[in-house]
Ligand binder design. Structure first.
Ligand code: SF4
Length: 436
C-alpha cells in the first residue's frame, strides 16, 4: 500500500502506471525500463525497487564469507574495458597457478570458516581440459566444507573447446570434480554493437545464454551481471534485462543479478570516467524492477564501494557479497592494497544501514544471523592480508608463454570509440578495470 506522500512523488515523476504494475506484481515492459532510466526522480525509482525488494526478501541483507582465487590472468580475449588480463610474452604480470598453488591459497585460510571459494580467471588457451578438473579437485580437497563457485560462461566456452565434448558433458565432469555453482560474469552487455566494439573476441550474447541454459539444465545455479558505465546505451541495458528475464522464465537457474560498475583505470578506455554513486543506485533499482523473477540483487561492495552499498540496500539490493579474501581483479587504487572487509565490518555495515544481516552460502542457505558469524581469527587474518602488497611476480606462480594476446589493432579501435563517444557519455571518477 503506497501512502499519500509517495503517491504525490510518483505522480510528479509521471510514473503512476509503472507504480500500479509494481504494486500488482505485474511485469514491466521494455518502455517501462527506458522510463525508469530516464526519469530524473531517482528517489521514486528507488522507492518502487525497495517495495519489490522487501516483498521478496523482507528486511534481510545477505553476506557471504568467501575467498577469491584468480587462477590465471593470462587471457587472449583483449576486452578493451579490462585491466586484469596479461600478455604472457612481454608482460611480467602474467601468471598461471598450478592446481596445488591454488589449493595452497585456500589452505592459507584454513582457520577461517569460509563457505564459498570463488574461482575465475582469464581465458588461457594453453590450459588443457585436465587443468580445470585438477584445479577443482585440488581446491575441493583443500576445503571440502566450502562450495566452489567457478568459471564464467566465457571460461566455460574455452573449457568446452579444450574438452572437445558437449557443454552438458563438460558440466557433468566439472560437477564430479567439485563445481557447485557458477558466477555471473562474461556477458557484459547483451548488445551486438558493444560486443563488436569492446569485446568481439569473446562469445556473444547468444552463446552466453546457450551455455547458461545448459548449466541450469545440468542442475547448476548461476548468477548474471551487467557491466555498465562505458559505451553502452540505455536501450541496450533494458534489452539485457529482458533477455535474462526470458531465460530465467525458462530455467529458473539464476540466483542473483549483479550490476557491475565499470572501473576504467589502466584499461584501453581509461579516458572515460567511471559511473557515479547515483548511477550505481539507479542500476540496482532498475535491475530490481525489471528482473522480477530473480530472487536476489547484489550490490558488490568492492565495485560500488561500501557507502554506496549501504544506500543500495534501500534501492533494491538485498546482498552485499562478502569478505573477499585474495581478490586480485580490482585493487584499491590509492594504496594498491588488497581489498577485504572483515566479517565484523560487513555485519556492522549492514546493521548501520538498518537491515538485518544474514550470512549465507552460495545457494542462500543460512549460516548465521547478526553477529553470530563474526570471527576474530578471520578479522586478524583479513587485516594482515590487506596490509601485504604482493606483486603477482612474487607470488610463486608460473609464467606461461605462447598465448595469443589482445591486438594493438583492437586497442586503436578503442581509442577511436573514445574520440567519437566521450562527449556524449556521462562521467564521474573512480578506478581500475573489470574481468570475468
Ligand atoms: S574481461 Fe575476462 S575475457 Fe576479457 S580480457 Fe579480461 S580476463 Fe579476458
Amino acid at each position: 500500500m503506497i501512502g499519500t506522500f509517495w503517491r504525490h512523488q510518483i505522480e510528479a515523476a509521471d510514473l503512476a502506471d509503472i507504480a500500479a504494475k509494481v504494486e500488482n506484481g505485474d511485469r514491466l515492459s521494455f518502455d517501462d525500463g527506458l522510463r525508469l532510466y530516464r526519469t530524473p526522480q531517482l528517489n521514486v525509482v528507488g522507492f518502487l525497487a525497495n517495495m519489490v525488494r522487501e516483498r521478496l526478501n523482507g528486511n534481510v541483507a545477505y553476506w557471504v564469507r568467501n575467498q577469491h582465487v584468480n587462477y590465471t590472468n593470462v587471457c587472449n580475449k583483449g576486452c578493451l574495458f579490462c585491466s586484469f588480463y596479461a600478455k604472457p610474452k612481454d608482460d611480467p604480470r602474467a601468471y598461471v597457478m598450478t592446481p596445488e598453488q591454488a589449493a595452497q591459497k585456500v589452505r592459507n585460510y584454513g582457520d577461517v570458516p569460509i563457505s564459498e571459494v570463488h574461482v575465475v580467471g582469464g581465458v588461457n588457451p594453453k590450459l588443457p581440459y585436465s587443468y580445470y578438473l585438477e584445479l577443482l579437485h585440488a581446491i575441493k580437497a583443500a576445503r571440502p566444507d566450502a562450495h566452489i563457485k567457478a568459471f564464467t560462461m566465457v571460461e566455460i566456452d574455452q573449457i568446452v573447446r579444450a574438452a572437445k565434448k558437449s557443454p552438458r558433458e563438460v558440466f557433468e565432469d566439472l560437477k564430479r570434480a567439485g563445481l557447485d555453482a557458477l558466477p555471473g560474469g562474461g556477458a557484459e552487455v547483451m548488445s551486438d554493437r558493444v560486443h563488436e566494439d569492446l569485446f568481439y573476441a569473446k562469445p556473444d550474447a547468444a552463446r552466453w545464454l546457450e551455455l547458461a541454459r545448459e548449466a541450469h539444465l545440468s542442475g547448476l545455479k548461476s548468477n548474471a551481471t551487467l557491466l555498465y558505465g562505458h559505451i553502452e546505451q540505455t536501450r541496450e541495458k533494458v534489452e539485457h534485462f529482458i533477455q535474462l528475464r526470458q531465460l530465467q522464465d525458462e530455467t529458473g537457474g539464476f540466483l542473483t543479478f549483479i550490476p557491475l560498475s565499470w572501473h576504467p583505470e589502466k584499461t584501453a578506455l581509461e579516458d572515460l570516467k567511471a559511473p557515479t554513486g547515483v548511477e550505481d543506485l539507479r542500476e540496482i533499482a532498475v535491475a530490481r524492477l525489471m528482473l522480477d523473477n530473480f530472487p536476489h540483487i547484489k550490490s558488490f561492495w568492492i565495485m560500488n564501494t561500501a557507502p554506496v552499498t549501504q544506500s543500495a540496500l534501500w534501492f533494491g539490493a538485498d546482498d552485499v557479497d562478502g569478505t573477499i579474501m585474495e581478490y586480485e581483479i580490482i585493487r584499491d587504487p590509492a594504496r594498491d592494497r588488497k581489498q577485504v572487509l572483515t566479517s565484523r565490518a560487513l555485519v556492522e555495515m549492514i546493521v548501520e544501514a538498518g537491515r538485518e544481516p544474514l550470512e549465507r552460502d552460495p545457494l542462500y542457505n543460512i549460516i548465521s544471523r547478526g553477529l553470530e558469524g563474526v570471527s576474530d581469527v578471520e578479522t586478524l587474518l583479513s587485516q594482515q592480508n590487506a596490509d601485504l602488497i604482493q606483486p603477482a611476480a612474487n607470488l610463486g606462480i608460473t609464467q606461461r608463454e605462447g598465448v595469443t594476446t589482445a591486438s594493438q589493432l583492437q586497442k586503436e579501435k578503442g581509442r577511436e570509440i573514445i574520440a567519437l563517444e566521450s562527449a556524449a557519455i556521462p562521467n564521474s571518477g573512480r578506478s581500475v578495470g573489470a574481468s570475468n
